[in-house]
Design a protein around this ligand. Structure first.
Ligand code: C8R
Length: 263
């Protein structure tokens, strides 16, 4: 008689580890360090990928801690010039389009560690040395201390701590929570900017072409952000529909009336 392992049932409510996660992480590390930013070609991608796996493999996926990622953070340490950091909240695609064109500006996904992990899911299990490809903890339905949420909090905190000079944030003015205190930007990043290094935060409140204007720079929500920064001694400026980013939105909506007046 042969015993087969019992079929695994879905343990958690979130998507499981992205298929080929280790290969994707290793491949992205090489692409970034050898092709995109050859000034980083000395970085050891084998070690970096190993440190990433070690952060969560063979561990309970609801007991993840920032400490688990310390080695990965050390190995992926990267400095960028002052005045080049771009934060974003609920504007993922637009913010990345912006830094793609403004090659000298960096979102976290334009940094090695963010580039490796962008859009992936991952978790392990304390009773196995493999990844869980079936399911991973959902941050709200299961636990917030899951490997993925803890990772983004840890790398976002470091990204903010390392920022210097005038920094920018791209916000979405077409949704209700343009500035969300519970988002990574509102909960982690603004509180970890160093006032001694970051004199000013510039906010760009962008509205979808033809979309609603839920919030603008004069909204109470944005004033909340302003007050938090004032208390931290960081100057705040705000501009609605910042032209360099508006132009990007108008590339795919060039016929819309609101795009005529932009030119
Ligand atoms: N940042 C946070 N989360 C990130 C991320 C990133 O760079 N990149 C990805 N893919 N994610 P949101 P926010 C994932 O609510 O919470 C940094 C995570 O799973 O629109 O304010 C970055 O520096 C995360 O749960 O934005 C940026 O400035 C969602 O996407 C803010 O934090 C975040 O979606 C953005 O985080």
């Amino acid at each position: 008689l042969k015993w087969y392992p019992a079929p695994k049932h879905k343990e958690w409510n979130g998507p499981g580890t992205t298929p080929h996660f280790p290969e994707i992480v290793l491949g992205r590390c090489y692409t970034y360090t050898q092709v995109l930013r050859p000034e980083l070609r000395h970085m050891d991608c084998q070690e970096i990928a190993k440190a990433f796996m070690r952060a969560f493999l063979s561990k309970d996926p609801c007991s993840s801690a920032e400490q688990d990622y310390q080695q990965l953070l050390r190995l992926t340490n990267q400095t960028i010039p002052c005045g080049t950091s771009v934060f974003w909240s609920k504007s993922n695609e637009l913010a990345h389009q912006y830094t793609k064109v403004q090659w000298a500006m960096f979102t976290l996904e334009d940094m090695l560690v963010g580039y490796m992990a962008d859009n992936l899911d991952w978790c392990g299990d304390h009773s196995s040395s493999d990844m869980n490809y079936e399911s991973c903890p959902h941050w709200r339905k299961d636990c917030t201390t899951n490997p993925k949420s803890v990772f983004w909090d840890a790398v976002s905190r470091r990204f903010a701590e390392n920022a210097c000079g005038v920094v920018q944030v791209v916000l979405n003015g077409s949704i209700s929570n343009t500035f969300d205190r519970n988002s990574t930007f509102g909960r982690v990043e603004i509180h970890n900017l160093y006032p001694g290094k970051v004199p000013t935060l510039q906010a760009w409140v962008m509205h979808d072409v033809g979309g609603v204007h839920r919030h603008s720079c004069s909204s109470p929500d944005i004033n909340d952000l302003k007050l938090i920064l004032r208390n931290r001694n960081i100057r705040f400026t705000c501009q609605d529909d910042y032209r360099p980013i508006k132009f990007l939105q108008c590339v795919t909506n060039s016929e819309h009336s609101s795009c005529n007046s932009v030119m």
